[in-house]
Design a protein around this ligand. Structure first.
Ligand code: COI
Length: 356
């Protein structure tokens, strides 16, 4: 049964129902869909403003077959996480960054977007309503997935006449099946994820459909995922299907600069700041694929993947291996610093966490 709530009135009622942890095996969380209790929805007409969001029971949504998102891919998503602290309190990590990124993406995709305040309040309400799904400390996190989609009907190519902002959540553990063991990537030099002037730099849903072909070919060959090159020169690193990439050489950390084809990751930006605060030199620049050959460490960053060490990269049939069986020293240090901050285990000097 669907039971809509006015957010302010409803959240306290919902929270009182949800003090116990959900009855699932918290030790076997991966990154798979787990249905939870509530989702948040808010609608808006083209050119209008979002108002009157509500929590409702998690479930299927009804869409006109002519909805803009179904026909022309007019949609964006975000991803952020909530962690449960030892004292039971819940922390969000930089939710206003996701709100800002969604605003920028919405502008590119000709969609209205919720205000930063609306976004953050909706995230808080959704997490509180699903509190029993936030994993116990050390067992994972609650992945929060905001969507902004054109739900109004269109036939010709045009912005949809109505939009829906929706948030659902799912408890997650590690993204890659390797867990925190190093992943094996293959460099893709024929299929591309993004083009200059395209939408690679915003979190539109189509960017992720575009990687499925190369990713499934790579997975069939036993690789964990694909590392993309720029489509013009076919020699500069871009990103992995679901995360940004970093290369470490002689303690200098380099990552491809954001230039329209690369997703401006919030974990990417946070890792850069954490690394600099710990005295590392970090360069955002063009990174040539050949630099992988003599790197000391390679790692990926993303909300879903956090900081994941890369164990090997294969490029044009040549395989280069890095740290066997674990993190390299630099990526380990950054992983520890970032995750301790996200889980509230160290003082948040950056002011990045938001308590609920
Ligand atoms: C995230 O890290 O939150 C992402 O959006 C990647 C997603 C494709 C799993």
């Amino acid at each position: 049964a669907v039971s809509p709530f006015r957010p302010d009135a409803a959240v306290s009622d919902i929270c009182s129902e949800t003090t116990e942890l959900a009855d699932i095996d918290w030790d076997s969380l991966g990154f798979a869909y787990v249905p939870t209790d509530y989702m948040y929805t808010m609608k808006c007409a083209r050119g209008g403003i979002f108002s009157k969001g509500e929590l409702q029971r998690f479930g299927n949504i009804e869409l006109n077959p002519s909805a803009g998102v179904l026909n022309y891919g007019q949609g964006l998503f975000e991803g952020l996480k909530a962690y449960r602290k030892e004292d039971g309190n819940i922390l969000l990590f930089r939710p206003e960054e996701n709100a800002l990124r969604m605003k920028i993406g919405a502008e590119r995709m000709c969609m209205p977007s919720p205000t930063v305040e609306q976004f953050v309040e909706a995230v808080k309400a959704t997490v509180l309503a699903n509190k029993r799904w936030v994993p116990p400390p050390g067992k994972g996190s609650l992945y929060i997935r905001p969507l902004l989609i054109g739900t109004g009907a269109v036939l010709g190519v045009a912005p949809a006449p109505e939009y829906t902002f929706l948030i659902y959540v799912s408890p997650v553990g590690n993204y890659f099946k390797e867990g925190v063991a190093p992943i094996n990537l293959i460099v893709e030099h024929e299929l591309h994820r993004a083009t200059p002037g395209g939408t690679g730099g915003v979190k539109t849903i189509g960017n992720y459909a575009a990687v499925l072909k190369a990713q499934s070919i790579a997975k069939a060959k036993g690789y964990s995922d694909v590392l993309y090159l720029d489509c013009v020169h076919k020699k500069y690193l871009e990103e992995v299907s679901s995360c940004n990439i970093f290369v470490v050489k002689d303690n200098v950390i380099s990552t491809p600069a954001i230039k329209g084809t690369i997703l401006p990751g919030i974990t990417r930006k946070s890792v850069i700041d954490v690394a600099r605060s710990q005295g590392f030199q970090v360069e955002e620049r063009l990174v040539v694929v050949d630099e992988l050959l003599d790197a000391d460490e390679v790692f990926c960053t993303g909300t879903a993947v956090v900081v994941s060490p890369v164990g090997s990269i294969t490029y044009k049939g040549k395989r280069v291996s890095y740290e066997e069986g674990g993190f390299g020293a630099v990526s380990q240090q950054l992983y520890t610093a970032l995750t301790r901050l996200q889980m509230g285990l160290t003082e948040d000097k950056m002011n990045w966490t938001v308590g609920l």
